[in-house]
Design a protein around this ligand. Structure first.
Ligand code: HEM
Length: 279
């Protein structure tokens, strides 16, 4: 049996944990994304390898607020399977969570190594400012995701993860859910984004958007996907075709989790095709 199978099972076992709003799954998807989304293709720095989010300044980056909970919840899994690296564990947890919530099987392979505390001086722990800022627009999204090596289509596919989970005012200042089923992976985010009459929420808080009944929310960066004509094509495409969204999301999320990971040369079973989605 694949030695990662028992780890997958242990992760799946903690996902229905009675925690906060009962949805650890979305937080695990976010942990894997934030651990990987610091990557810079030009310098080769950042990414999930190293599990650097255990160290400052990445651990205290405001963008990672709340992810300490996800990491703590994974500790019993690490105790049970101590041979797996944190970097592999966190990324695998994202993959298992997507599947557990009814989403596609995301391609994943092991090989990430953790840096230890004694190496922290020598390595570059990613600094704040590398992950996207929800208050910005499409230019910012392109700048951040192009830095990682993603296309417009992949940016939209990845953003579809906001079909899951919620915003927690204590973590980011935003509030609410994007969809009616925050623990089911579907294309509902794109359906709502492209069909609802969104208006700016009138409150004493950050700029965010709401539907007429104030059931759902969108961040300024979510709204940018429907306002930007190039992004909007893909939003409508995924709203019409959930299977296509699942396929593209699986490829893009799998690619995200591998950014900057030195798997070795292709002749020895290493690097998979880096750009599986057409632009
Ligand atoms: C496009 C740029 C993005 C921005 C600006 C952004 C921003 C945010 C913000 C502000 C939250 C709320 C966190 C909280 O208050 O707890 C959030 C939640 C979340 N994000 Fe994103 N995000 C982006 C892209 C992504 C991507 C690419 C993924 C995964 C592929 C993702 C997955 C999630 C998930 C699953 C949650 C829910 C977490 C929970 O329920 O605790 N996001 N995001």
């Amino acid at each position: 049996m694949d030695r990662y199978e028992p780890v997958r099972q242990s992760i799946a076992d903690i996902i229905p944990a009675d925690w906060d709003d009962g949805s650890l799954g979305p937080l695990l998807v976010r942990l894997a994304w934030h651990a990987s989304g610091t990557y810079d293709r030009k310098t080769g720095r950042g990414g999930s390898n190293g599990a650097t989010m255990r160290f400052e300044p990445e651990s205290t980056d405001e963008a990672n607020n709340g992810l300490d909970w996800a990491r703590e919840y994974l500790e019993p899994v690490k105790d049970k399977h101590p041979w797996i690296s944190y970097a592999d564990l966190w990324t695998l947890a994202g993959v298992v969570a997507i599947r557990a919530m009814g989403g596609p099987e995301v391609p994943w392979r092991p090989g990430r190594r953790d840096v230890d505390a004694s190496q922290v001086q020598e390595i570059d722990v990613p600094k704040p400012g590398l992950l996207p800022d929800a208050a910005q627009g499409s230019e910012h999204l392109r700048q951040v995701f192009y830095r990682m090596g993603f296309s417009d289509r992949e940016i939209v596919a990845l953003s579809g993860a906001h079909t899951l989970g919620r915003c927690h005012p204590c973590r980011t200042g935003y509030t609410g859910v994007w969809t009616s089923q925050p623990t089911r992976f579907t294309n509902q985010y794109f359906v709502l984004l492209s069909t609802v009459q969104w208006t700016r929420k009138q409150w004493d808080g950050l700029e965010q958007y709401q539907d007429p009944e104030d059931r759902f929310m969108m961040l300024p960066t979510d709204m940018a996907l429907i306002h930007d004509p190039q992004f909007a094509v893909f939003v409508r495409m995924y709203a019409d075709d959930q299977a296509l969204f699942f396929r593209d999301f699986a490829a893009a999320y799998g690619k995200l989790l591998e950014l900057g990971v030195p798997f070795g040369c292709p002749a020895h079973g290493g690097a998979r095709e880096q750009n599986p989605i057409e632009p």
